[in-house]
Design a protein around this ligand. Sequence first.
Ligand SMILES: Cc1ncc(COP(=O)(O)O)c(C=O)c1O
Length: 396
Amino acid sequence: MTNLAVDTERLKEHRQQFPALQNKLYFNYGGQGPMSQPALDAIQAAYIQVQEIGPFTGASNRWIFQQVEAARDAIATELNVAPSTITLTDSVSTGCNIALWGINWKAGDHLLLTDCEHPSVIATAQQLQRRFGIEFSTCPVLETLNEGDPIAAVLQHLRPQTKMLAISHVLWNTGQVLPLQSMIQACRQQNPDVLMMVDAAQSVGVLPLSLADLDVDCYAFTGHKWWCGPDGLGGLYVSPNALEKLEPTYMGWRGVNVNPSGYPIGWKPDGRRFEIATSAYPLFVGLTAALDYQQQWGTQEARYHRMLQLSRKLWEQMTQIPGIQCLKSSPPESGLVSFQCADAQHQQLVKGLEDHQMMVRLIVDPQCVRACVHYLTLESEIDQLTEMISQLVPSH
Ligand SMILES: Cc1ncc(COP(=O)(O)O)c(C=O)c1O
């Protein structure tokens, strides 16, 4: 087991490269991760490089192409899949939209969601219902946080007409980690045609991942949360099987092959078919640098291991504070720790903490406060946060 105290000395040095961590106590990694100086520098250097050699020339386009493919490779390595399975997007929501709109929906088809999905996914389901007359429904996984079986909850709501299951790997409100691999196997047994679309906003950069082993169809993520990359760059993994079944909805020059006259003659053979057109390319360089900087501190397993030690510490300290109840009745399996106050003044607590430079966020369903720890978190930050919460929350 890694020693937290030994890690801390090395971490303090590593953290000095994060401007955002120098003047506050940051517990909002699930909203947006802070960027390291190497990542910020890489973005600036890339913008300058493009101006110096272009901006639009054969040389700059070749350079950009190399940077885009380097980012794709770095992402694929983290997820343990082939680079050809990765589509580069701008956000989690865009990745979810590509998968959700990719089916040729017919009236009467069914889409299954859980009751813990992000508004982006719910809004997309609502729009699919308006456009195509599909049905969508939700299955109850929120109530399985401490007891009960999330797999059974999903299976009970899967229908013969269900074409897709949209589900988060780590629930953004409670931090629950769903048993995705067993769930996918069980769903396939019941309905072999259903596609599994996973919102990975809170799992990428948290859990050590090997998507090939998970056997998932679509896995939508972003670089700007737990990977601490720039906002505006995310991705979507599409399995070879799902690639056969999904069609691109938006088209542009990046997604197609052209003949010698420049006329489009069909989709790119791999994940690039869902990419559209010009992007803020220096962000790709920034994400590659962000991933590289995290790896310099430790492997995915080492980062997750430290995160779990820290989230357990936070959870244990929170359970000792009168007037506070953690949603989870056992130590967290992710970096998210959600809790409720007996006086239900959650917004006031978030504001009170922010006034003391301690950043957490309000969750509205269920009403609670969410504090996130990362491998970047210091034990002393957790002590200060829990001390301040015990001062701000009335104990009776
Ligand atoms: C579970 C989940 N899905 C989707 C999103 C939206 O992310 P993005 O803005 O990258 O689309 C978030 C952001 O907080 C999230 O937590």
